[in-house]
Each structure stands twice: as structure tokens, then as C-alpha cells.
Design a binder for this molecule. Structure first.
Ligand SMILES: [Zn+2]
Length: 92
């Protein structure tokens, strides 16, 4: 069953996608399971486009899961290129 969107949780650290780092204060952007990131060991985490990009930027050997639609994958790769690793640690 779908739960209605709770706007109060959108800008807090709660109720974010699984790809959002605990120390990253930024809110999610779009659906919480827009994409899946795979690390070099094969572990997968689903998240929004925004947090997948931030995660990927600091994840050595990480990649977007091949099942992710190309438009989302390209968006994530191009955003990750512009981001420093662990962007939130330097206030970005
Ligand atoms: Zn997110």
C-alpha cells in the first residue's frame, strides 16, 4: 500500500532514500528508488538521483546498476563528475 507523501519529512534527515549518507544533510530529489548503485563488491543500494550521484562520487569502483534507465544513469554520472567525494564534509 502506498503511503501519502509526507512533506514534513522531505527536508529532514528522516525519511530519505537508502543512498543518503547519514552525515549528508541534503534532501532527496525525486523518487527514493530512482536508481541503484553497485559498489565494487556487488553490494547494491537504491536511492534518488541526487543521493546516488553523491554516493557515487565518493565510491571507488562504484557504478550505476545496468537496469537503471539510461536517462537516470547519465544524470547520475554527470552529476557525480561535478562533485567532490563526500561533498557534505566540505559543506556542499
Ligand atoms: Zn535521496
Amino acid at each position: 500500500m502506498e503511503r501519502p507523501l509526507d512533506r514534513r519529512t522531505c527536508h529532514s534527515t528522516h525519511g530519505r532514500c537508502a543512498a543518503a549518507a547519514a552525515k549528508d544533510p541534503t534532501p532527496c530529489e525525486g523518487p527514493h528508488e530512482a536508481a541503484t548503485i553497485v559498489d565494487r563488491h556487488g553490494a547494491e543500494v537504491a536511492g534518488c538521483v541526487h543521493h546516488c550521484a553523491r554516493l557515487l562520487a565518493g565510491l571507488e569502483g562504484g557504478r550505476v546498476h545496468p537496469f537503471v534507465p539510461a536517462c537516470h544513469a547519465l544524470d547520475i554520472y554527470s552529476r557525480a563528475r561535478e562533485l567532490p567525494p563526500f561533498a557534505w564534509e566540505i559543506g556542499k
